[in-house]
Design a protein around this ligand. Structure first.
Ligand code: GSH
Length: 219
């Protein structure tokens, strides 16, 4: 994999290292919403490309997503950190007013520390390896259902998770898009369902969801 480590140039291209997973899609959806120039580098996590010494130079935790911003030379991993950086830099999808901003960060952290890790483990036990651990299935299913309930309650009377469409919505949406893997019926969570369809109707969400388009490397 060719890693293009930024050195600080006039080139405002962002290199996005990603795969067809919720954490990757969070960032491609934001890049689409911000209408930024970015080049997609598919990192096949099934083939272990995320653990190569070259990739670890920009993502030392050995996971996607990561970006390299050519203009500044910044290499950044952790989807939440990437989203905060890009949203703040471009002054969009995160409020500047501290109290409102805290609310967006709160729900972003809820996704990073709750929905993402629990649903991610759920993919292993509920979707890919059902029957391998009754205990894990029961525990994850209970917790994931609880998290959908929390989101459903938050969305009561709201179009978006916070006052306006924000990175909190973009962070949660690709996880909820795997509701079938979570053995969740969105009909049981009507506010989540309405929000899910509201975001699905956005062009940027559809485009960002579709990254990388092909399951082959394209540098
Ligand atoms: N907290 C990290 C989690 C990243 C993560 O778990 N990425 C997964 C794909 S969604 C990955 O790269 N898995 C490959 C592996 O575990 O080796 C983030 O939000 O960026």
């Amino acid at each position: 994999m060719a890693i293009n480590i930024g050195t600080g140039t006039t080139n405002n291209m962002i290199d996005l290292y990603t795969w067809t997973t919720p954490n990757g899609r969070k960032v491609s959806i934001l890049l689409e919403e911000l209408a930024l120039d970015y080049e997609v580098h598919a990192v096949n996590i099934g083939a272990g490309e995320q653990k190569t010494p070259e990739f670890l130079k920009i993502s030392p935790n050995g996971r996607i997503p990561a970006i390299v911003e050519q203009e500044t030379g910044l290499a950044l991993f952790e989807s939440g950190a990437i989203m905060l950086y890009l949203a703040e830099k471009h002054g969009r999808f995160i409020p500047s007013e501290p109290l409102q901003k805290a609310r967006v960060v709160e729900w972003l952290m809820w996704q990073m520390g709750g929905l993402g890790p629990m649903a991610g483990q759920g993919h292993h036990y509920l979707h890919f390896n059902p029957g391998s651990s009754e205990y894990a299935e029961e525990r994850l299913s209970t917790e994931i259902t609880r998290l959908y309930r929390v989101l459903n309650e938050r969305l009561e009377g709201r179009d978006y998770i916070c006052d306006e469409y924000s990175i909190a919505d973009m962070a949660c949406w690709p996880w909820v898009s795997r509701y079938e893997w979570h053995k969740i019926s969105l009909d049981d969570f009507p506010n989540v369902k309405a929000w899910y369809l509201r975001l699905a109707a956005r062009d940027a969400v559809q485009k960002g969801y579709d990254v990388p388009k092909k399951l082959v490397k394209f540098h």
